[in-house]
Write a protein that binds this ligand. Sequence first.
Ligand code: AMP
Length: 393
Amino acid sequence: MADSSPILPGATIGILGSGQLGRMLAIAARTLGYHVHVYSPDPDSPAGQVADLEIVAAYEDLDRVRAFARDVDVVTFEFENVPSTTSRAAAEVALVRPDGNVLHITQQRLREKSFLREHGFPVTPFRAIHSLNDLHLAVAELGLPGILKTASFGYDGKGQQTLRSPNDIPAAFDRLRGAEGIYEAFVDFEKEVSVVAARTVDGSFQAFPVFENAHHHHILDVTFAPAAISPALAASAESIARGILDKLNVVGLLTVEMFVTRDGRIVVNELAPRTHNSGHLTLDACVTSQFEQQVRAICGLPLGSTRLRSPAAMANLLGDVWFDAGGTPAWSAALTDPEVRLHLYGKAEPRRARKMGHLTVPAPTVAEAIQRARHARQLLSLPGGTPSPTHPA
Ligand code: AMP
């Protein structure tokens, strides 16, 4: 279904997926006066807690998916691993934005990288891996070190292995356990950045300032803005993002994760057809948040200003914080800095490496914002009680 008339406040937005991205999207949508229905595989989900309605059903239950879609004015998704059969079923009865083709390309690394290469966007050389022989050939052609990833369902470094010597090849291949793989030439990067951008059905486009991202054990740890890169490089990152959204004909929001190489080039690593962890600081530091922008984009409203009001840093709060604190994190200690903004996702059980929330600090300089965000997070781990939920169970 295609329609260019705006979907106005008062209408209902349906979200496939129910994690923290869906939660913050739902809050932004409700602020703008929309109703929100969430389709969730689990009850009491982060997004379901703040939605008007939470439908608890499997993504594979296509009758439930169609019924869900019939009741809303537009369907979007909050993560790309929603099966494409699910988004196709929704599209039979409702407007789905971004459309299923965007989901299809971005949920599989080989398709994604092939699309990027085909259209002249900079990506690291890569090869498809279906057999041990493919991997031997790929290593011979692209060299070592290199990274072997599963082609599907990878995020936060899951399903990813670094190969440093030819001796690593057999064991790495075995760990794919028959799944399709992709071998990528190693990018000797100086930093990682991301561009979160939105595009509407009439082709209007807005990108947020480039974010710079520091990872810890492959999971995003701290993001800050503006990124410490030259204006020319920032312009180039934005123009690559714009090209990608245009070529994919995105209606909605899409994030481009990029490497900045030591010789000053940009290489695209990954696309996410949605809001992104690195964009969370927009909630407190930009005129329009990434979540409000997503609502505006899928509903055909004018896009909001992406201007950064001040430098800012965001620090992720993983479940580890609860364990390091020996129980309840010391919320009051972290909030003694009155500029610290706390966001918790309503997840009942803190687990190691699980994203539970984040802190944002706007400050006069990026360096100060990073220092205060890290400091506030450290204060959380002051000794507390026993591990406890972030909201009553
Ligand atoms: P991904 O799951 O593709 O987002 O990768 C997770 C992290 O692994 C990235 O943020 C990088 O730090 C690292 N990484 C992924 N691909 C490469 C590559 N081709 N070369 C170097 N580092 C990489």
